[in-house]
Design a binder for this molecule. Structure first.
Ligand code: FAD
Length: 324
């Protein structure tokens, strides 16, 4: 996108602009505000875990609601005068001199020396009646986050091919009462299928027609062939998309699996643009997103220190060498 299309007058300039104010973005903000950086966090308020009643596995906060977790993180962020939180949606990003200009939908444009994309991802629900209603409650994305609550119960696994096989291997630990649903002809290899059979796990190929549930709590899965399997929960890997195409707009490389390509410290392929959290990692847990935000925040601060030192030292050099 040409920078001329970012046409609103700049509202303010910042050291760092963080797009997305959830686990990754607020963790980066924590590092940056404690490094005395002027930070703007712009957040659309759609964290991916908002469907789940309880969040698990984050140290000191096990079992809290996602909203409680975020409210605390946000309150601590804005307690520092150098952090501003703006509820808005970023629609455009463009390089502008030594920094970046981002345009929001209704709140104008902002300039920053560095940008962190902490935008998460949006999970796409398959067209199965009842699936979306159960998402986060009894249709679960990750056994580490929600497996304990349903352990030893009759569980379904929705997946095919390598992904389905991997789900079978992983969830063994939580229940022995498992059924694999490939929701169409199985694409597991003959060897994978043999192992599934050896583990005593039924494999059902008939497409799922609907999920019977009460307020998102699953009772059974119905199939197009008329059969029914009673279940209390199901693990499912669903496809995702990015909330926006900001990464593509600014020219970041995207991996074959659709994530933003980053280094260990969150550097994308575009200098000055960083990414952290679910948008650049397949390990979808709050701890992981938070850790990547911390790493990116620290690295951004380091870059800014280096940049300022270079400018400061070259100015002093010029002053010293100025003829009398
Ligand atoms: C149903 C479900 C339950 C989960 N349960 C657990 C659990 O129990 N324990 C656990 O550890 N993990 C859990 N997770 C995983 C965890 O929620 C994620 O790993 C974590 O939220 C990722 O943080 P993030 O900051 O990368 O993205 P998100 O939390 O998804 O936040 C991204 C934010 O960026 C904003 N945004 C996106 N684009 C823009 C834009 N252009 N402008 C402004 N804002 C934008 C969004 O509105 C959103 O607020 C769960 C996930 C799901 C889907």
């Amino acid at each position: 996108m040409a920078s001329s299309s970012v046409n609103s007058a700049l509202q303010a300039t910042y050291d760092v602009l963080i797009i997305g104010g959830s686990a990754a973005g607020l963790s980066a903000a924590l590092m940056l505000r404690r490094s005395l950086r002027k930070v703007l966090v712009i957040d659309g308020g759609q964290p991916c875990n908002r469907y789940t009643p309880h969040s698990h596995g984050f140290m000191t906060r096990d079992g809290e609601t996602p909203a409680q977790l975020l409210a605390l993180a946000k309150a601590q962020a804005v307690a520092y005068s150098t952090v501003t939180f703006l509820a808005s949606f970023v629609t455009n990003i463009a390089q502008n001199g030594s920094g970046f200009v981002v345009q929001t939908d209704e709140r104008g444009a902002f300039f920053a020396r560095r940008v962190l994309l902490a935008t998460g991802v949006e999970d796409l629900m398959p067209p199965i009646e009842g699936f979306a209603e159960c998402w986060g409650k009894s249709v679960l994305h990750c056994p580490y986050c929600h497996g304990y609550e349903v352990h030893s119960q009759p569980l379904g696994l929705l997946g095919n091919g390598d992904a389905g096989y991997e789900l079978v291997r992983l969830t063994q630990n939580w229940s022995k009462d498992l059924t694999l649903f490939t929701n169409g002809l199985s694409t597991l290899s003959a060897e994978q299928q043999r192992q599934v059979q050896q583990l005593g796990i039924p494999l059902i190929e008939s497409p799922i027609s609907r999920i019977e549930h009460e307020n998102g709590l699953m009772r059974a899965v119905y199939f197009q062939d008329g059969s029914r399997v009673p279940l209390t929960a199901m693990f499912a890997r669903v496809p995702f998309r990015h909330h926006t195409n900001l990464a593509e707009q600014i020219g970041c490389e995207i991996t074959a699996t659709g994530l933003i390509s980053v280094t260990e410290f969150g550097q994308t392929t575009v200098p000055g643009v960083f990414a952290a959290g679910d948008n650049s990692s397949p390990m979808r847990q709050i701890t992981m997103a938070s850790a990547s935000g911390v790493k990116a925040g620290s690295w951004i601060n380091r870059e800014l220190i280096d940049e300022d030192l270079v400018a400061m030292l070259s100015t002093e050099l010029k002053t010293e060498t100025r003829p009398a």
